[in-house]
Each structure stands twice: as structure tokens, then as C-alpha cells.
Design a protein around this ligand. Structure first.
Ligand SMILES: [Cu+2]
Length: 129
């Protein structure tokens, strides 16, 4: 009898502790992800003239370079990717996981959308000007 009542008394306290911990975690996360709201998803903090492929996405999604610039493409995914211009003006060919490739920006200024030949939903844009 005594044991049962002790257990019963314990449970709500445990639940409360778990709830408090969860709320604390959620609160901490929310505070960290929205500090000033100025960052945005695309931060131009990477090395210049470089496209990084991570989690099946290009970073930055839009890269602006001068005509004829050599652009390094770094694949950080566990899958092969390409950077292939829709108008075929550049193409890295297949870049294996952990490898890097290179494209040369077209001489003509303009906006060059590109995609991955293996995952056509992946898309980015190279702007030449
Ligand atoms: Cu891909």
C-alpha cells in the first residue's frame, strides 16, 4: 500500500520535470534561431567565387561573379552532384562526394540558371556582370 502511494506521488513530479525540461529546450532553441532576424537563409559568408553543395542544395543559391571568373564547386554531400547550366554554357560534370569541381563563368553578362543533372529539383543561379 505504502509503495503504491509513493509511486503515485512520484509520477506527477516526474512529468512536471520532463515538461519543464522540454519547455526550457524549446525556449532556448527559439531564442537562438531568431536573434535579430537580420540573417536570413542565405548568408554570403563563404569564400568568394565558390558554390558549396550541401544537403542537396547550392550555397549560395544566387552567386554573382565577373565574366570569365573561375568558380569552385565543393560537394560536401554523400552523393555526386553537378552544376549544369540550363543553356549548357557551363557544366562541372559529375562531382563525387567530398570532391570539388570548377566552372568558368560565361563571358556574356546575364543570369544563368543551373541545376544538378542527377537531382533536377536542385537549382541555383549564376549571375554574370
Ligand atoms: Cu545532385
Amino acid at each position: 500500500m505504502n509503495r503504491h502511494s509513493a509511486l503515485r506521488a512520484c509520477r506527477p513530479v516526474l512529468l512536471l520535470a520532463v515538461l519543464v525540461a522540454l519547455l526550457g529546450l524549446a525556449g532556448g532553441c527559439g531564442g537562438m534561431s531568431r536573434p535579430g532576424g537580420s540573417g536570413g537563409a542565405v548568408t554570403p559568408s563563404g569564400p568568394p567565387n565558390t558554390i558549396v553543395i550541401e544537403k542537396f542544395a547550392y550555397q549560395p543559391v544566387v552567386l554573382t561573379v565577373a565574366p570569365g571568373t573561375r568558380v569552385t564547386v565543393i560537394n560536401q554531400d554523400p552523393a555526386a552532384h553537378t552544376v549544369t547550366a540550363k543553356d549548357k554554357s557551363f557544366d562541372t560534370g559529375s562531382i563525387a562526394m567530398g570532391e570539388q569541381g570548377e566552372i568558368t563563368a560565361p563571358r556574356r553578362s546575364g543570369s544563368y540558371p543551373y541545376y544538378c543533372r542527377f537531382h533536377e529539383y536542385m537549382s541555383g543561379t549564376l549571375i554574370v556582370k
